[in-house]
Design a protein around this ligand. Structure first.
Ligand code: HEC
Length: 110
């Protein structure tokens, strides 16, 4: 009986985690960005090779299509929107990872 209860609690806990990951889980996105080298060209508040994520969030604030268009920029690469440097494509990221990263960038505050 006790085992069943514990298992139920565990499953409920896992379901909660999955629901959270489906929206913008900022901590998971930060780990994903680290693992994919985003920080070699970007930082939250200052320009490195690419624009500061806070500047990206500011530029697209109020644009309802921003999440989709940023996901596409990350996936396919981007050039000419911010300056002379280009961002390479990231073909190995899944649609869900792209969505998570785009939402995370848009949530960045300086
Ligand atoms: C080799 C350097 C480099 C890496 C690695 C890199 N970026 Fe970029 N990123 C750039 C540059 C340069 C730009 C500006 C491109 C332009 O002007 O269109 C940019 C632009 C962006 C933009 C804005 C795109 C737009 O449409 O305005 C986002 C969002 C972004 N990067 C997110 C990421 C994420 C997330 C990662 C990791 C998966 C990443 N970048 C990895 C260099 C990089």
């Amino acid at each position: 009986m006790r085992f069943v209860f514990t298992l139920g609690t565990l499953i409920a806990g896992l379901a909660g985690t999955a629901a959270q990951a489906a929206s913008t889980d900022l901590a998971a996105a930060t780990e994903l960005a680290k693992a994919n080298g985003c920080y070699s060209c970007h930082a939250a508040a200052e320009k490195i090779v690419g624009p500061a994520f806070a500047s990206v969030a500011e530029k697209y604030a109020g644009d309802k299509d921003a999440a989709a268009s940023l996901a596409q920029s990350i996936q396919m690469g981007s050039k000419g929107k911010w300056g002379r440097a280009a961002m390479p494509a990231h073909p190995s990221l899944s649609a869900q990872e792209l969505k998570l990263l785009a939402g995370w960038v848009l949530a960045t505050r300086p």
